[in-house]
Design a protein around this ligand. Structure first.
Ligand SMILES: CC(C)(COP(=O)(O)OP(=O)(O)OC[C@H]1O[C@@H](n2cnc3c(N)ncnc32)[C@H](O)[C@@H]1OP(=O)(O)O)[C@@H](O)C(=O)NCCC(=O)NCCS
Length: 345
């Protein structure tokens, strides 16, 4: 039974923080940030807004695009690096607010690789018969866990969310392969403490409670795993670079994406990049990029996609899929029909 994404909604807060704004906060420049990362601005949540709020708004967008699409959802999986609480899970909080109280709900904690992991978790649970239809989210308020006095990390991150419906799709569509991995030896390169003020490899007392990162190490790791895991996901699905219509990578740094593309022979013209306007939104980055490429018509029904992500753990996740646009077309047709009915009335 092929499983795939049938609907996708996203949200980014309206408040925008530009590189120019950052120039007024500490010693940095638009030129430094753009040349090192490609990022020009990011969206920031308000004071009382958290990951579950981002997620609920992404679901509202989903419902506006595909009315009734949550009917039958019996599983909510939320990937997040900045959960509202240890428990209740962010997934349960979102479920409660979007009319899915009672559905199975769990968070997936794999930092920025989380959305790809969560898709694969949902696919596994659907294939096992544990659930029939899943809502998969990536929801983040990274701006609330970065140290705003650390100019080498805080410039990178932004807030937002994506919400996808995952269910059975027609033959020939949907997920073809997933490759997941993690390597805790690299853990000290990107971390965020929780209960224990202790992570193997991070000298005791060196970290504060905000996100810690060794940018150079993460950069080298990211270039390597983006291409390696992407290659493995393609091989597993029997694909080669020339089969890929669109690569949708985690949006961390345009130089990482360019180097990875060069390594495994997917052209930048076939790669979706929107980090210039969002920064790194962790688990929300892949759905935000995917939605943008659907909205502007780059990604079409039947396109061969490759999703690749990496993040804290260190972790990585890649997935090949044939995009199923059928549900979107149905929703658009329904909308047209109801518009016509309104005109007739
Ligand atoms: C963070 C990153 C942009 C830093 O770029 P870099 O070329 O490695 O820069 P470095 O950290 O070596 O710093 C170079 C210099 O710029 C300075 N610098 C750091 N941040 C700066 C900023 N925002 N503005 C101006 N100067 C800055 C450093 O202090 C250093 O100065 P020094 O040479 O006088 O010591 C880059 O390493 C990166 O993007 N890594 C990947 C991070 C990532 O993607 N993380 C999330 C993964 S999910």
């Amino acid at each position: 039974m092929p499983i795939g994404i049938t609907a996708l909604g996203t949200y980014a807060p309206t408040r925008v923080l530009t590189n120019k704004d950052l120039e007024g906060m500490f010693d940095t420049s638009d030129e430094w940030i753009v040349s090192r990362t490609g990022i020009r601005e990011r969206h920031l949540s308000g004071e009382g807004e958290f990951a579950s709020d981002m997620g609920v708004r992404a679901v509202n967008d989903l419902l506006a695009r595909y009315p009734g699409v949550l009917d039958g959802v019996d599983l909510v999986v939320c990937a997040t690096s900045s959960p509202d609480a240890y428990f209740p899970s962010t997934a349960a909080l979102i479920a409660g607010q979007v009319g899915l109280n009672g559905a199975g709900a769990l968070d997936v904690s794999v930092a920025c690789s989380g959305f790809v992991y969560a898709l694969s978790v949902a696919q596994g649970m659907l294939l096992a018969g544990t659930a029939r239809k899943a809502l998969v989210l990536g929801a983040e308020v990274l701006s609330k866990i970065v140290d705003w006095t650390d100019r080498s990390t805080c410039i990178l991150f932004g807030d937002g969310a994506g919400a996808a419906v995952v269910e059975e799709v027609p033959e020939g569509y949907g997920f073809q392969s997933f490759v997941l991995g993690a390597d805790s030896v690299g853990g000290p390169s990107l971390y965020k403490f929780a209960v224990a003020d202790r992570i193997p490899g991070v000298p005791v007392g060196e970290g504060n409670m905000m996100l810690g990162m060794n940018g150079r190490e993460v950069f080298k790791f990211a270039v390597r795993v983006l291409s390696d895991s992407g290659e493995k996901a393609m091989n597993k699905a029997g694909l080669k670079g020339s089969d890929i219509d669109w690569m949708v990578p985690h949006q961390a740094n345009v130089r990482i994406i360019e180097s990875a593309c060069q390594r495994f022979g997917v052209s930048m013209d076939k790669t979706v990049v929107n980090l210039d306007r969002y920064g790194n939104t962790s688990t929300a980055s892949v759905p935000l990029a995917l939605r943008e490429a659907l909205d502007d018509g780059r990604i079409q029904d039947g396109d061969q996609l490759l999703l690749v992500a990496f993040g804290g753990g260190l972790s990585w996740g890649a997935g090949a899929m044939k995009w199923y646009g059928g549900a979107g077309k149905r929703a658009a047709a329904q909308e047209q029909e109801s518009d016509q009915e309104l005109v007739v009335q």
